[in-house]
Design a protein around this ligand. Sequence first.
Ligand SMILES: [Zn+2]
Length: 100
Amino acid sequence: MKKCSECNGKMVELKAKTPEGVEYDYFICEMCGEEIIKAEKLHAAPQKHRLMKRYNAKISKWGKGLGIKIPNELVKKYKLKDNELVTVISEKEGIKIIPA
Ligand SMILES: [Zn+2]
């Protein structure tokens, strides 16, 4: 059993997910609520996170501009619909699309 470093209370193991769906384990103290995320998971999460977020999409001509075909998996995940308006943000490394 793991003990809390703050109050010596009992730590229980729980699972949680980041908003991106990456699962991680953490301990929470039943007494004071102190949280400890397992170090190895914390280290692995950003890597897993990067792998999960990579998709290949093709750019094609669409009217006078260019369009990007969003992978079906992402269409479902973000519940995107035909003709829906999204916010496109220019970032340092690329373009971010935020569903409305
Ligand atoms: Zn505690």
